[in-house]
Each structure stands twice: as C-alpha cells, then as structure tokens.
Design a protein around this ligand. Structure first.
Ligand code: PLP
Length: 455
C-alpha cells in the first residue's frame, strides 16, 4: 500500500470532473469579486494535523470562495486586459496538470519542447523574425520583458566598456507598460524616457530625445510597445526598429497584449516592424485565448540570450552536455527561471486543433466590436469618445461625470452582474475604458453598458 495522500479517491475525482464539466459547459458567471454581499468566510482551523474531508472543502470552495472572484474568462469581463481561454486550451491545461511534465529541459521533456517550440516558431514567423529565432514560454509579460532587457543590458555593457555598469540605459516611451520600468529598476539601470507624440512612440521622437540628451551613447536599447495597455496604441515599430538596427541597439517589442494582432487580417500590417526585433513578447494568456499564465518570449538570436541567462551548476551540467543543437534546447536557458510548467502546451493544443483561421476570426471579432462601439458612442448624446479606438480598446467619457461617479457606476455594473468595466485615467482625466478580447462579447452588452450610464 502506498502513502495515503497518493491514493485515488474515485468519488472526489467525479466531483472534480463534474465541477470542471459544469464550468466548461455553462455560460461563465461573472461573479462578484470583493463586492460580494456575503462576507468572506473564515478559514481558521482548516490547516490542521488531521486534514479535512475533501468533498466538503470542494463544496466550500464552490459556494463560499469562488463567488468572491470575478471570472476573467466571462465575455462581460472588459476591465484591465481580460483572459478568454478556448475550451480546448482548458482541456489541455488539465492534461498538462496530470502529466507530470517539467518543461525545464530537453533531457526531461523533449516531446514537450518540440511542441512548445513549434508554437514559438509559428509566432516568430508571423512576426517576420528570421528562421532560427526562438525562446521559451514564461509566466507573463513582466517576466518576458525582464528576461529580454537583462540580455540587452548585458550586451550593451559588453559593447561599452567605457561606461560604468549602471550607466547603460534603455530608451522607452512614457506610455510603456509599468513592467518595463520595473524591469529596469530590478536591473539597476535607468531609462531615457521619451515623450511620445499623442502617446505613440516614433523614430522622430527617439531621434530628437537622443539629440537633446547629454549622454546619447549610453542608450544601448529601445523598447517599443504594440499596443499600449491603456489605449491599444501601436508604436512606430518600423521606424524604431530600423533606427535600432542602424545604430546597433537592442530592440525589444512588448506585444504582451497587442502582439496578437498579428492574427488580424486588417491590422497585422501595423506590426510589420517586429521583424527588426532582437526580442519580442506576446501573451497567449491575453488575446491568444490560452489560460493564465503564458507569455511567448522570442529572441532573434537565442544563443546570445542563452549565454546571459542559462543557469550553471554542477548538478545541471548534464543538461548542457551535448553539441547537438536540439539537445541543448532547454527552455530554462532563455529566461529568469529554471523549473517551469509546460505552460505553452495549452496554447499549442488550442492553435493546432482550432486552426489559424479560427484564431484570425476570434482576434478580428474584438477589433470589429471596438469599431462598432465607436459608432454606437457617436450616436449617443451622453457619452463621447476620448480618442479614436486602437486595436480592441475604447476610451470614452460620460459627459459631466466626476471620478466618483465612474467608480460607483463600475461597482453597480458588477453588482448587477452585467459586466466588469473599470475606469482609467487619460491625460489626468478619469474616463471609462472597454477592453474587448472575448469573441462572444456582444454588441447588445455594449449597448446595455452604455445605456447604464444615462442616469
Ligand atoms: C503591454 C503590456 N506589457 C506587459 C504586461 C505585463 O504582462 P503580465 O501581466 O502578463 O506580466 C502587460 C499587461 O497587461 C501589458 O499590457
């Protein structure tokens, strides 16, 4: 007899499958997050020497804990950047969970690595990056950005021995995602923060910032965003990328959210400049319909990244022990991580089974809904656009509202289980923001949300 913790409990298994089946077959409830009128239950005493009955605790989760969560995969979740995993990606996430996969190394998981790499290569190819580009799936955009900027920083230091280590800098726009600033902070270097024209970072902005900077040679890299989190704006990736190539600067493209527009027949041309990138990220857990947590991190020259990031230890030598190029493809070598979930597999399975065309139509659906929302807003007299929508994000104002009214309205929408929409700030003003992503979000829901702002 094995250890009691490893015994199979058929009854519990059925309860768990039933719960999962229920979630996967019925419309996803929005639920209430911290706004639930039920108080949060006490967990006191649950962790104890004897353990508890598992079915009871599952029931406790279903009825007392889960409603205190806003379901990010609901078509009514339009705040921040939502997450809309396909059914197939969720099925496969369960397969991954039960398969004992460690996606760290070729030695342990070659079969996983080739599947993940197929998905990475597909994305790199769509982005116009050369054959041989590659990397790894990491936990999220923040980790992807940090890993890439670490490589760029080290290369920059090597190219500029005349500078002190902390003197190398990256040029970023003031609309870059907060994780870029945080990565530079962690790396102990500073940013040349470039003011962008109308929030879109262009080559001309960069050239003028460098011309007015006392130490332009200390800038060793440039970060472009496609598109920005708050407004979906796609930087001048082409101009910034060509400038970086001409001046031998590390060029990173943060496409955590908007990189998915590579699948959009109407918008992919705006991302053509990614072909210049030394590194590029896109989060399948955002707009490529995979479950959290999953970011695709791709380098133009993976060998350079490996040199900076691979961990060396005597017990790991066996992972690096062959000249065979494939043998050495350890996903752990390409980011700041070692042990890793094979988190690219649910995305891979979804892409392979649904096909590229389905991905194209699902991405396009959100862009088209954003465009229709603009028209609806134009027709209404109590709301107005703050700026033209970009990708799948719409910023608009309720004419005459103060910030507290946006907050009260946002909470009421959630309490009424209509949608989860949170305000943002645009140029200092509190405004409403709709982030579309789920292809099942309907125009009728958009109208209902806008109508709810009349009172
Ligand atoms: C443009 C951009 N970069 C980076 C991130 C950070 O990604 P993550 O939350 O996966 O760490 C986000 C998140 O919304 C983003 O929109």
């Amino acid at each position: 007899m094995g250890h009691q913790m490893f015994e199979y409990d058929g009854k519990l298994a059925n309860e768990v499958y039933e719960y999962c089946r229920d979630r996967l077959t019925h419309p996803v409830p929005l639920d209430f997050g911290s706004l639930s009128t039920d108080p949060l239950p006490s967990l006191e005493g649950l962790i104890r020497p004897e353990g508890n009955d598992a079915e009871e605790i599952l029931e406790f989760f279903k009825h007392r804990l889960a409603q205190h969560v806003v379901s990010i995969d609901s078509p009514g979740f339009l705040a921040f950047i939502p997450n809309a995993p396909t059914k197939n990606s969720l099925f496969f996430d369960m397969v991954v969970a039960c398969s004992g996969l460690n996606g760290t190394s070729w030695l342990e998981s070659a079969g996983v690595v080739i599947a993940e790499n197929q998905a990475l290569e597909f994305l790199a190819d769509m982005a116009g990056m050369p054959k041989g580009s590659g990397g790894a799936f990491v936990s999220g955009g923040s980790m992807g950005n940090l890993s890439s900027l670490t490589v760029g920083r080290d290369l920059g230091r090597a190219k500029h021995p005349e500078l002190l280590p902390h003197e190398v800098r990256f040029a970023i726009s003031d609309d870059a995602h907060s994780s870029i600033g945080k990565a530079l902070h962690v790396l102990g270097i500073e940013a040349l923060i470039v003011e962008a024209d109308d929030h879109r970072f262009t080559r001309a902005n960069l050239e003028s910032a460098l011309a007015n900077d006392p130490h332009p040679d200390s800038v060793v890299g440039v970060v472009a965003t496609s598109g920005t989190t708050n407004a979906g704006i796609i930087d001048d990736v082409e101009g910034l990328g060509s400038f970086a190539r001409e001046h031998d600067l590390w060029f990173h493209v943060d496409g955590a959210y908007g990189g998915a527009a590579l699948f959009s027949p109407t918008h992919r041309h705006l991302l053509a400049g990614i072909r210049h990138a030394d590194s590029f990220i896109v989060d399948p857990h955002k707009w490529l319909f995979a479950p959290l947590d999953c970011c695709a991190l791709v380098y133009r020259n993976p060998a350079v990244a490996r040199k900076v990031l691979a961990q060396q230890a005597s017990y790991l030598d066996v992972l690096h022990g062959s000249d065979d190029e494939n043998y050495e493809w350890n996903p752990s070598d390409f980011a700041i991580h070692l042990s890793r979930r094979a988190r690219g597999l649910p995305f891979w399975f979804s892409l392979v089974t649904n096909g590229v065309r389905a991905y194209e139509s699902a991405v396009q659906a959100a862009i088209d809904l954003a465009a229709r929302t603009v028209t609806i807003i134009d027709e209404m007299d109590h709301v107005e656009l703050v700026r033209e929508s970009s990708l799948s994000i719409v910023l608009y104002r309720r004419i005459g509202w103060e910030p507290y009214q946006y907050n009260a309205w946002s909470q009421k929408l959630l309490r009424d289980q209509i949608a989860f929409v949170t305000p943002t700030k645009w140029e200092g003003e509190t405004v409403a923001r709709l982030a579309f992503l789920h292809p099942d979000t309907s125009e009728a829901l958009v109208r209902q949300i806008l109508e709810s702002m009349r009172d």
